[in-house]
Ligand binder design. Sequence first.
Ligand SMILES: [Zn+2]
Length: 260
Amino acid sequence: MIIDTHAHLYDEVYNIDISNVIIRAIKENICNFFLPSLNIFSLKNIIHIETMYPEILFSMIGIHPNYINIKNIYKEIDIMKKMVNKRPFIAIGEIGIDIFNSKSKENINLQKKIFKIQIEIAKEKNLPIVIHSRNSIDIVLDILEKNYNSISGVIHCFTGNIDQAKRSIKIGLKLGIGGILFYNKNLYKIIKKIDLNNIILETDCPYLSPVKGKRNEPFFLKKIIKEISKISSLPINEIIKININNVLNTFNLYKPLFYI
Ligand SMILES: [Zn+2]
């Protein structure tokens, strides 16, 4: 049993073949999928697809830093606060900071503020957080270290160095590893050095495909697991076993959600 902890399966690129995408994954034992939210509007699509496959898809709620709309952000936060009280979510995500380009740098102070507000919601509801930290891992870690002793969640698509990996783990976070592994050789060193109990697996599909030029989908998680097995010299089954425990602990689940 494998869980893809970060899959944008509600993206329109899957509109025509979502059932095949899910069947292909399930055939490889990838049976549960956590869906990260981008903003309150994306939630509509997430909840729609979740109701199509309620046993295996699990929604997050959150506002991604690139999707902060200055005009209605506080209205969205209010809706978010109401929603988390109305129905279950697997996590608050994806939330964080993005300073990838000059445009995303412009509202950095607002990003920090919205990030903190959403962490407070997570703490209140006892939910883990799924963090987006493109080009901003030090800023994210500074905020967390200054304001929170310990926090449960994951630095999704971790691309930091070993020092940043250790800082993340110390706070209580896991490192989300996916297709980027095939483009970032630095991650090899990190996987060799840290305890695999600190890693959880994700695809971030349809982005970051491990196969260049191909649309990413949960099925490719098998490829990522194989690569981690090679790097760590541990058998594939062991990687899967460690990962399922990590996911269950991080997302406060006590047993796998659904077996096929
Ligand atoms: Zn994502």
